[in-house]
Ligand binder design. Structure first.
Ligand SMILES: Nc1ncnc2c1ncn2[C@@H]1O[C@H](COP(=O)(O)OP(=O)(O)OP(=O)(O)O)[C@@H](O)[C@H]1O
Length: 757
């Protein structure tokens, strides 16, 4: 047998490669019996990297630094190190090996041979060759081309009308509102001005920077300047149902308050009614079950004039290619998202790539002239003006949601500033300094016992009463430890209280004192923590309260016309049931445990089991078999027929007909949907979920749990995404001191050719 294939199979046996990866090399060898070792190895490693979310394999990096390119475990790295010297030492020799094979189409040097369906494509540039699986190269080409074309379209803009409307939509602060002037420049206004003149605009920004607020104003602007406003067709979409519902809710709220301030100048109510419900991208494009094809494509484009897509960071390359293909050429596409969040689960980091130059705004002089004329914003042209897409990309920089330490923590994490020593004028606090300060504030409040200590306190059903009981209070304050207990190793002395700390941030962020056991996370689920009492007790008490109430009368037989009174009672009981279900689901969303990993004592699987057991011990939950009232679930597979989608999170509750009839309920904004549990095959318990799966959701009190071992999964993007899921309170759990800092130092860069196109 070919010794290279033998080695690759062995690596699959060891679990360092997937079987699919070495099988891909076998496939190439079958079609090219002369395939050189470099080609076979590159093929298997390309498939391996695609499985890890990369779109292509950067050959030069791999050849020169295989260990850092692959970041394998010690044992795998050792095997790699033994084998690697048998391969050519220079990237040029690898490129030649690929060029000699009929299975590779080389397009890097501009003299591409005819496309005969070669399974591999060598793209990139001669200096930085990138190897692709054919499919991904095609998607990347489609996205690059469509994005470039759309962004380059110059739509005629009535500058005077646009200026008047923009001034109305983004008024300068009045004298009595001068305390909070808009940030200068007003990036929200700039984003709207730019979106008018082209068919693609990318608006990125961290949480609470006003992406949806801006999108609502943009809709008003497009409506106001449309030649035929009554016919303007607008659609809203996001990668998940939850994110789509949040987008719709937030656009509705913004349009309603805008309508009031515009005093009838345009009819935003009519627009809001016409928009229809926000859809998942799968549903918008018309997913064919079990197929990669969509109902809408270049031949059958979407029926829209304006499409706004939120949470674009979750959109993978293949989906973005499908979306761009399905956009009518004359329609406007607005992509919203946070470029710093985790990339999509599947291959690609499309938003990150599209926003490669968002931070330093590579605007051309012509773009700045346009913005001065239309938005009244004076920006300096970049010394290195960028592409057509760069002219249509805006980064919002001022967060309005996080007036507290959560925003500052997110900023510190993003900048890699773990300690005060690493801070800059833009990032004035280190992550650990903020966490220590928040923890000190929480412990000083003294009305609550830290979870590690509460472990021995028996849990009463009425937790609220227990928490405020004088005895518990006394114990808690006696046991509360000083802030020094939460210092990370080698941490410099805690930073002085931040400027402006006269108005304390009130323990919004909190680091569980180490050493810590998984049981401490369970205690958080039962009790919450000081100053942040939200926990799973909230929704379970709401559930029990409703279940003790009179059950909803069973629906009458359809052929027996009920008397009016009975019918009215039935309706009001069903309404009461709906209201109860919504209360339970809203209470459930007040707290969530987010884990970095699936497995091990700090993974979501183990956490789920432990939290369920602990809640059962308190009597708040009565687990019986697979399905029981109060079980939170997450759907793990799309099922169009059932109307449930991967990532949907709901709670199992009795149906109106009675306690025995259990249904899984899901809340999208104000919209409730339910499915009988007997029809749900692909779900997991969701007391704890991975940070990946939490994208697009926010929780009042979020607990982010890091694993005890770092590993290459623990990255800056991961902790940033977890932290920014917290609406009001964040609790961070690091089993070993310093893990947050380790994660912050590790950034993910997914290989792709999109950012260099
Ligand atoms: N220019 C502004 N003036 C006043 N309030 C604003 C402005 N921009 C945003 N806000 C308010 O700030 C809050 C956050 O805005 P928004 O929800 O649009 O942010 P976002 O970037 O979409 O956040 P997320 O990514 O977390 O969903 C909202 O309450 C919004 O009304």
């Amino acid at each position: 047998m070919n010794p290279t294939l033998h080695t690759l199979r062995d690596w699959s046996e060891q679990g360092w490669l997937r079987r699919l990866d070495s099988a891909m090399a076998d496939f190439v060898a079958q079609h090219d019996p002369q395939a050189e070792p470099a080609l076979l190895v590159a093929t298997a490693l390309l498939a391996h990297m695609e499985g890890r979310g990369h779109v292509c394999l950067p050959l030069a990096d791999l050849v020169r630094q295989p260990h850092s390119a692959l970041a394998w475990t010690a044992q795998a790295s050792e095997a790699l190190g033994t084998f690697w010297p048998s391969l050519p030492p220079e990237p040029a020799a690898w490129v030649q090996a690929l060029q000699r094979s009929p299975v590779v189409r080389c397009v890097a040097d501009g003299n591409a041979p005819p496309d005969t369906g070669q399974p591999l494509v060598l793209g990139g540039t001669p200096e930085a060759p990138l190897l692709y699986l054919r499919r991904y190269w095609v998607y990347e080409q489609q996205v690059a081309q469509a994005v470039g074309q759309r962004a380059a379209v110059a739509q005629a803009v009535d500058e005077r009308a646009a200026r008047d409307w923009l001034n109305l939509l983004f008024p300068k602060p009045s004298a009595n509102n001068a305390a909070s002037p808009p940030p200068v420049p007003d990036w929200q206004k700039i984003a709207c001005a730019l979106a008018l003149r082209s068919r693609l605009t990318v608006i990125t920004g961290g949480p609470g920077t006003g992406k949806t607020y801006t999108a609502a104003r943009l809709l008003a602007l497009l409506l106001a300047t449309s030649p035929d406003p009554a016919q303007l067709r607008v659609a809203l979409a996001a990668p998940t149902g939850k994110a789509a519902a949040r987008l719709r809710q937030s656009i509705d709220q913004s349009l309603a308050s805008l309508q009031a301030s515009l005093q009838g100048a345009i009819d935003l109510h009519a627009l809001a009614e016409r928009i229809g419900k926000a859809r998942t991208l799968h549903s918008l494009l018309g997913m064919h079950q079990g197929s990669r094809q969509f109902q809408h494509n270049a031949q059958h484009p979407l029926d829209v004039d304006v499409l706004i897509v939120d949470e674009t960071s979750m959109v993978h390359l293949e989906m973005m290619a499908a979306l761009l293909q399905a956009m009518p050429p004359q329609a406007t596409l607005i992509l919203l998202g946070d470029k710093d969040q985790l990339a999509s689960v599947e291959a690609g980091s499309v938003l990150g790539d599209l926003c490669a130059h968002a931070q330093d705004t590579r605007y051309h002089p012509a773009t700045c002239d346009y913005l001065r004329a239309v938005a009244g914003e004076a920006l300096s042209a970049s010394a290195t003006p960028g592409s057509a897409l760069d002219q249509q990309t805006v980064m919002l920089r001022h967060s309005r949601r996080f007036g507290t330490d959560i925003g500052a923590l997110a900023k510190a994490v993003n900048a890699g500033a773990a300690f005060a020593i690493q801070t800059t004028p833009d990032v004035p606090w280190g992550a650990y300094d903020l966490l220590q300060r928040g923890t000190r504030q929480a412990l000083a409040a003294g009305t609550w016992a830290p979870p590690a200590q509460v472990a021995q306190v028996p849990v009463a059903t009425d937790l609220a009463a227990q928490k405020t009981a004088p005895q518990a209070k006394a114990k808690a304050s006696a046991r509360a430890r000083p802030a020094a207990a939460v210092q990370a190793p080698d941490a410099p002395a805690p930073a002085p209280e931040a400027p402006g700390s006269a108005a304390p941030a009130a323990g919004k962020v909190y680091l569980l004192p180490t050493p810590v056991l998984p049981e401490a996370v369970v205690q958080l689920a039962l009790h919450g923590r000081a100053l942040a009492p939200a926990c799973y007790g909230d929704y379970l008490r709401a559930m029990q309260h409703g279940m003790k109430a009179r059950p909803v009368p069973a629906a009458p037989a359809t052929n027996a016309a009920p008397p009016d009174a009975a019918s009215a009672a039935q309706t009001s009981a069903v309404d009461a049931h709906t209201a109860w279900v919504k209360t339970v689901l809203q209470a459930f969303d007040r707290f969530r445990i987010l884990c970095a990993v699936h497995d091990g004592p700090w993974g979501d699987r183990a956490m789920n089991q432990q939290v369920q057991n602990a809640l059962a011990r308190t009597g708040l939950l009565q687990p019986q078999g697979e399905w029981f009232a109060g079980r939170p679930i997450m759907v793990t597979r799309n099922d169009k027929a059932l109307g449930v989608f991967n990532g949907d999170v709901g709670v199992v509750l009795p149906a109106p007909e009675g306690k025995k009839n259990l249904r899984a309920y899901f809340l999208d904004g104000e919209q409730l949907r339910s499915v009988s549990v007997s029809r749900l095959a692909h779900v997991e318990t969701a007391f704890a979920m991975t940070i990946h799966k939490s994208q697009g959701s926010e929780f009042f009190h979020t607990v982010v749990v890091l694993p005890d071992a770092g590993g290459d999964l623990l990255t800056r993007e991961l902790v940033y995404t977890g932290i920014t899921r917290a609406k009001e309170f964040l609790t961070l759990v690091e089993p070993r001191p310093g893990l947050l800092g380790t994660a912050m130092a590790q950034q993910v860069k997914r290989a792709s050719g999109l950012s260099i196109k």
